[in-house]
Design a protein. Structure first.
Length: 95
């Protein structure tokens, strides 16, 4: 969704309505002052979604770097590691 562009004056005059539109309808706003950087207003759900996507992309980049550097494990090695951790976890729960 492309944000609707508004000025700080429009934002100030219609703040309650704009916040309601952002929260209930998922609208986004680009607030563009005459000087300085513009800011984007979006819902918490949109913001959290963007953060999750950024984190996922970072994880993919790290994974690709690991593969390229040969930092990988076979399926058998992963299964053995899981089983070893299960056994260790089971021992630590016993009185």
């Amino acid at each position: 969704m492309i944000p609707k562009t508004i000025s700080p004056t429009e934002l100030r005059q219609n703040l309650y309505e704009i916040v309601r539109e952002i929260g209930s309808k998922g609208h986004r706003y680009l607030v563009t002052p005459n000087e300085g950087e513009a800011v984007v207003m979006c819902s918490r759900e949109d913001f959290n979604g963007l953060l999750a996507k950024i984190e996922l992309l970072r994880d993919i980049r790290c994974s690709e770097a690991d593969i390229k550097a040969g930092r990988t494990y076979s399926t058998a090695e992963v299964r053995e590691s899981i089983e070893r951790k299960k056994r260790q976890h089971g021992k630590s729960k016993r009185p």
